[in-house]
Ligand binder design. Sequence first.
Ligand code: GLN
Length: 489
Amino acid sequence: MGDFTNLTLIEARDALRQGDFSSRQLTQAYLDRITAIDKGIKAYLTVLSDEVLQAADEADRRLQAGEELPLLGVPLAIKDLLTIEGVRTTCASRILENFDPAYTATAVQRLLDAGAIVLGKTNMDEFAMGSSTENSAYQTTHNPWDVERVPGGTSGGSAAAVAARLAPAALGTDTGGSVRQPASFCGVTGLKPTYGRISRYGLIAFGSSLDSVGPIGHTAEDVALLFSLMAGHDPRDATSMDKTVPDMQLTETNSIKGLRVGVPKEYFIKGIQPEVESAVRAAIAELEAQGAEIVEVSLPHTQYAVPVYYIIAPAEASANLARFDGVRYGLRVESDDYIDMFKQTRGQGFGPEVKRRIMLGTYALSAGYYDAYYGQAQKVRRLIQDDFIQAFEQVDVIATPVAPTTAFRIGEHSDDPLEMYLQDIFTLPGSLAGVPGLAFPVGFDENNLPIGMQLIGPHFGEAKLFEAAHVYQQATDWHQQQPQLNISK
Ligand code: GLN
């Protein structure tokens, strides 16, 4: 049977159904691998060893009874920003060190209802602010392809867990690139869905007009399955859309003949690592070889996405994070004076990047500056969205790089927030527009680091992205490559 941890999510699910091995055996294989390897990767903040084995035994009973839920007995990893009732949820922040949520995020609940079981909670940048997972208050996650390098962020723990085969698939969240960029850096497949497609209930808020839950796996097929199970209206999230979720049928017969693929000239700029550009162009050529029609398009307001996002996201964060005051959640630093208690709690509970965002956001929202910063940013956001709407009159999907470079070294950008923010240049426009983006591996650079391509679709156009990536993955084997883990045991 070989090593169970080499299987994709769907392969593992099917093998469980056929009785090739039990959910306990599969889960134990992942737990053993986590024990052996995760000290060198540091993907997990919490491993739920006892709970997951218990859940595996329960799943085995149901499998034996012939139940056929879509994920019955399959273990998954969940970013530590999504709540699970009774499971410590930290957002990689000191301020939530001992936070025990009273309810489970809808996205997670839907996967549990489909029979999935949870291996553990994964590391991230504190409150999902960053691009490298170095902003965690607890640990830095290492890239399985080169442990001296970052896995990307902020869902770096989830992407590294999948790449290192410490989980068959995982959930991340994406506000400005946090699923797509780590997926690209770790050589796995990850989706940021359309804003409003997957409920945000139980996603601890960062930028509420941008936040989304996204699945990470090895194949477009695995990611599509998780997406279809989580998507759909949730009365508990007022921004979740009541829109039918297409039944994705990904088979060998899918075709992209006649699919119009837009290539925006603004995304192939000076400063992009040449190997990234050539791998993405080669992937576009492969789509053409598969029958797609390649069209040059323009998204003229692309250059404003970084400044617009870094006004809007911190502004929303400064409001969302006001609730962490030592009264209701997590850390409280005691003091006789309650104002001082707030100050001490927030001062000690938040890390430097979170404080920077709160200050930026508070400034952008303050009387006298609101129109010049926040109001202006909202107007330009609209222009960015209009760019996409116009482009999608000409094409079905848009192909771009995910990030300007492959994974950088740990510490390389950590003293320079602007350098770090520039990492997001190709993921922020889609986030601001609310459109879906799928990242998947299309090659390696000379240091054997993975390179990712992003396919962006119109609002609610996820199915086309999955189809195109699936056709690509049928024709190529980048997504099957595995890192040689060089970790001393
Ligand atoms: N890198 C971006 C930021 O720091 C996006 C993070 C995210 O998507 N959560 O805000």
